[in-house]
Design a protein around this ligand. Structure first.
Ligand SMILES: [Zn+2]
Length: 274
């Protein structure tokens, strides 16, 4: 049986962004995102002044339509602080972000990129679903085995190396382009605001790309992994809370299926011919 998993809306490409430290430049970046139909995740430190100076209303307005996630209360290097303090750093950050956003916050980006198996364990106990590293995987066909060690494709300054491959891919392969950085980096150097405007214009506004936040990508991928097929492959049950999309058959006219949460769907394609 040949099954090819798709993103929501029967798309094969997903694009997501992750920006750290939550500074004033996020406003400008989100304006670029919104004009180009891009979605992103913004990792904030609730203990630092730049966050405390903003009201809950301002936070809601700035990040509307995007994901807010943790980045440690005071931006410590996770693997270099006492384990009990790490729990507090994450838990307090979640608590404060949830209080200002009225949402459930389960995403995180590692401050200074510091993580280890023990750190990942503590995050798991603190209710964190995924955590982004600063390790560039430099691949468009990568999904993490464990979402608590989720490597982005690249830093935004290297993004142009992957844009052509991402946009020109025509094969039915699910691609994920995951770009990270800090919005204050656009204030300096060659890869500045003009660069980001150019990048956003090239990647934005396309109907073959799913524009998603980090948590949306994570939950969708987990939902795909949780699909349960019958032994003959002709029936599939979706136990998750996400509608899941896939295509059966590579040649001829492959048929796209979507399976709603809790739904069981019959696969109608003559599977044995593939
Ligand atoms: Zn940071």
């Amino acid at each position: 049986m040949r099954i090819c998993y798709m993103y929501p809306g029967a798309k094969f490409k997903a694009l997501t962004f992750s920006f750290d430290d939550g500074v004033v430049q996020d406003r400008k970046l989100i304006d670029i995102f919104n004009r180009n139909g891009l979605k992103g995740t913004f990792n904030l430190n609730t203990g630092l002044r730049r966050f405390r100076e903003l009201s809950a209303q301002e936070i809601k307005e700035i990040y509307a339509g995007h994901e807010i996630a943790c980045h440690g209360e005071y931006h410590p290097t996770f693997d270099q602080i006492p384990r009990s303090e790490l729990m507090r750093e994450v838990w307090h950050d979640r608590e404060k972000l949830e209080a200002v956003s009225d949402t459930v916050i389960t995403g995180l980006a590692y401050p200074n990129g510091s993580f280890s198996p023990e750190v990942m364990d503590i995050l798991r106990h603190a209710g964190i679903e995924y955590a982004r590293t600063t390790v560039a995987c430099r691949k468009l066909r990568y999904m993490p085995e464990d979402f608590l060690a989720w490597h982005p494709t690249c830093h935004y300054r290297d993004a142009l190396e992957f844009v052509d491959d991402f946009l020109s891919e025509k094969r039915p392969l699910p691609l994920l382009f995951y770009i990270w950085g800090h919005s204050y980096e656009f204030d300096r150097g060659v890869k500045n605001w003009q660069f980001m405007e150019y990048l956003a214009a090239r990647l934005g506004g396309r109907d073959d790309i799913w524009y998603a936040t980090n948590i949306e990508v994570c939950r969708y991928q987990k939902a795909i992994r949780a699909l349960q097929f019958s032994t003959d492959g002709r029936r599939v049950y979706n136990p998750s809370a996400e509608t899941v999309w896939f295509q059966v058959g590579w040649e001829g006219t492959p048929q796209a299926y979507s399976v709603a949460p809790g739904e069981t769907v019959e696969i109608k394609e003559p599977l044995e011919t593939y």
